[in-house]
Design a protein around this ligand. Sequence first.
Ligand code: ADP
Ligand code: ZN
Ligand code: MG
Length: 493
Amino acid sequence: MSLEKLLKEKGYEAVIGLEIHTELQTNSKMFCGCPARVFGLEPNTAVCPICLGLPGTLPVPNQKAVEWTVKIALALNCKINEFSQFHRKNYFYPDMPKNYQISQYDYPIGVNGYLEIETSKGQKRIRIHRVHLEEDTGKLVHVGRTGRISEAEYSLIDFNRAGVPLVEIVTEADIETPEEAKVFMQTLRSVLLTLEVSDCNMEEGSLRCDANVSIRPKGSTSFGTKTEIKNLNSFRALEKGLEYEIKRQLETVLSGKKVVQETRHWDDANKRTVTLRTKEEAHDYRYFPEPDMVPMEISTQIVEKIRSELPELPFEKKKRFIREYSIKEKDAGILVSDKEMAEFFEEAARLSNNPQAVANIILSELLYHLNESDVWFSDIRITPKHISDLVNLLESGKISSKIAKEVFAEAFKTGKNPEEIVRERGLEQISDDTMLESIIYEVLNENPQAVKDFKEGKKQAIGFLVGQVMKKTQGKANPQMVNEKILEILSNN
Ligand code: ADP
Ligand code: ZN
Ligand code: MG
């Protein structure tokens, strides 16, 4: 039974809130001059006394990181706090050289925003609770068979990531299904990519998501006890992890037990969540204002300047695509979900007088070939001009849609112009009446049984005959025309 049906049957609903972290790809780290892009570097080579937390050092905030956080908060429709402050969040863990993380507490940069998402059930607004700026921690490498801490022989520490600017985005618990959670993350990712603040690579950890989830009797207005799931490294893991956890909580409650508030780890290999640690409270962190930095004042002037420089966001782009190019709403939604794809479409659509046909080719042929060859738009040889040329060839009836697929495949592989491919390989559609007729007569003569069948009322025999003509012409005949001609000939004698 689907999870949705199961919940409905038992009279329960799920409540989900996400905490997302995204690493900013500024030139330098949050409070020192070390590089911020550290993924894949030799361990402990992008460090200095400041991000190693050595005594006597002082942090200097990265202005670009603050501006980018404002940018993210504005794109998420947040109010920007004019007064904002860094706090120390104290805890002891070996990947944190200072034994505290510089983060934000009661004065985050952005609050009270929202993001519109589009699920299979329509549009929905997910409120954003806050957007704040902090520093990332280092990384532990657990050496042992599984790479899990419980089975490690020893652990190594890499401080390269310590001090990388990190933005935390917290949603309100407005999300109701695992699918909504996934779509929210996908939408947020495309917003962040549009803002060019992070590469948002979930596998490499530059975009991370923790999911808070609880269940409650349907219609109840108070929240149930939540658990928090960590280690959700892909959209799929997010969806599957939530499905598993909702089911587990439902079974717990139905068997008369209580859900325990805790942090759970998504075990992707075994597709389940396991207990990581039980609840810590905010007061455990002994938050206090960072004494080494003055509070920040972000003036209205700066906020408005950043607002005026915001790029067109996917949601706005979608509306514009529908308006300017009259393409299907669903197609527009898919096209804007990726920045490179949207740009590619728009270039091709501008060159063509049939944007919908352009969209069709991109969303079918091009996506198919991209998936097959495991590349993305920046790596391909076929150009927007090729797509609009191909549409022209189709529209003018020079090639059939079957041949178009072939031409596309070759243009994709070689980067050759479609017109050139058609000319070189003699692929023009045969729309010449007399030529077509002579081929049709040949086929009718060679297939007396099918002709007989048709005349005796087996109308589907026509499909076979059309197929034979297409075969004889290597797909170059216009199937519509062939169909009409055969009907005409057979009903006249
Ligand atoms: P914590 O203090 O444990 O970090 P917060 O109140 O800061 O909890 O909320 C963290 C995230 O969990 C937010 O996205 C919030 O919407 C969500 N959340 C809070 N309570 C619940 C609940 N009972 N069920 C599901 N999600 C919740
Ligand atoms: Zn440093
Ligand atoms: Mg919290």
